[in-house]
Design a binder for this molecule. Structure first.
Ligand code: SF4
Length: 384
């Protein structure tokens, strides 16, 4: 049986962090109720037969919604979808922004996984990012979450920060380990154009990230987390796998609900309109169900052809460092051998030491993890 996952985009934040290029808004608090109403409408229009096994409330800052608003969303899911008995339900939260009462309410709603945006153990780095929390607040949030019964807590950390040394990064990792989360997501800082940090780098107020140092930080994280017993199961992920993220990496269907949310279902990729006002307005005008997975909130909907699905599946499976891309899985899903589709490309990467094969399963070598985009590029279907 194929399961379905649901992603909800909650686009509200208190302030925009200096590196953030996500679809978020800092001045639309007054729209929260109308936004939650619109989300419930979109859920109802997307009612579908597949069983839902994971729900992810991401953002933005989902913890800016009240427990009552989250309840309305989760109730709408239960009323409209066939949900398995104990789905994985993740909420992204900012340390320092949750109280004991809020954590208790989240658990009562069935939310069983917390993803905390810790980012760094150094207040100077948090301040450079414009984060609205300090380091000690991460430990406080984890303590309250545990007290409420959360036993699945993930920490997000960023490396390659301007002025960050290898020692500072290792201190962040050691401190994060001392908090005993179940999972780590580590991200190299991406300097996106239009962000405050890009502006500061452009005008010389901050140094640009150093690629060699960033690579050393990645290697160091692999070593430190490995020694601490965290298995690296994906290029950026260590520990107990997130079932929701595995759905993406298996290239299996998920619905993207909310402003700017991306989805992949019914063989189509969907992207919703970015602005929350527009999202609310479009759903207020929808009066009839549209062909699945379409809703009035879509800004674009694109059919994924067979070659694109093959490329996306191969690329995403290779991100999984242990499971990798199995020849048997490929053949079962696509009815042709991996050899006939990618034989020459794979041989080339094996020769270059970027891909290895054991028991008919292909995985990226450690050298390839840092240049994985180069590998993925070569898997792209040829343009007609
Ligand atoms: S909290 Fe997250 S989503 Fe919000 S501005 Fe900061 S990085 Fe962006």
């Amino acid at each position: 049986m194929q399961f379905l996952s649901l992603y909800f985009h909650i686009p509200f934040c208190r302030e925009r962090c200096t590196y953030c290029a996500f679809n978020i808004y800092t001045n639309l608090d007054h729209l929260k109720d109308a936004y939650v109403d619109a989300i419930q409408k979109e859920i109802r229009w997307l009612t579908h037969g597949e069983k839902v096994h994971t729900i992810y409330l991401g953002g933005g800052t989902p913890n800016l919604l009240s427990a009552e608003q989250l309840k309305q969303i989760l109730d709408a899911v239960q009323n409209s979808f066939d949900v398995i008995e104990c789905p994985e339900i993740t909420l992204e939260a900012n340390p320092g922004a949750v109280t004991q009462r809020y954590c208790d309410e989240l658990r009562e709603l069935g939310i069983n996984r917390l993803s905390l945006g810790m980012q760094s153990a150094h207040d100077s780095e948090l301040s450079l990012f414009g984060r609205d929390h300090q380091n000690h607040e991460t430990a406080n949030s984890i303590r309250m979450a545990r007290q409420a019964g959360f036993d699945n807590i993930s920490l997000d950390l960023i490396y390659g920060i301007p002025h960050q040394t290898l020692i500072l990064w290792q201190q962040t990792l050691e401190h994060a380990l001392s908090l005993q989360p179940t999972h780590f997501s580590l991200y190299a800082l991406q300097v996106e154009s239009g962000t405050e940090i890009a502006r500061q780098i452009k005008y010389g107020a901050l140094p640009a990230p150093d690629d060699d140092l960033t690579a050393d930080m990645y290697d160091s994280a692999t070593e430190i987390l490995g020694k601490a017993g965290f298995e690296q199961y994906e290029i950026s992920s260590w520990g107990k796998p997130s079932l929701h993220n595995l759905q993406y990496w298996y290239n299996l269907p998920y619905l993207g609900i909310g402003a700017g949310a991306h989805g992949y279902a019914g063989g189509h990729r969907t992207v919703n309109v970015m602005r929350p006002e527009k999202y609310i307005e479009r759903l207020s005008r929808q009066t009839a169900v549209m062909e699945y997975p379409r809703t009035a909130a879509n800004q674009s909907i694109v059919k994924i052809d067979r070659n694109e699905e093959i490329f996306e599946t191969a690329m995403l499976r290779l991100r999984l460092l242990k499971e990798g891309l199995s020849r048997a899985y490929f053949e079962e899903r696509f009815g042709e051998s991996l050899e006939s589709h990618y034989g020459a490309v794979i041989q080339n990467f094996k020769t270059q030491g970027l891909i290895e094969e054991r028991d008919n399963i292909l995985t990226l070598t450690s050298r390839a993890r840092l240049i994985s985009n180069r590998v993925f590029q070569a898997l792209l279907p040829e343009k007609k």
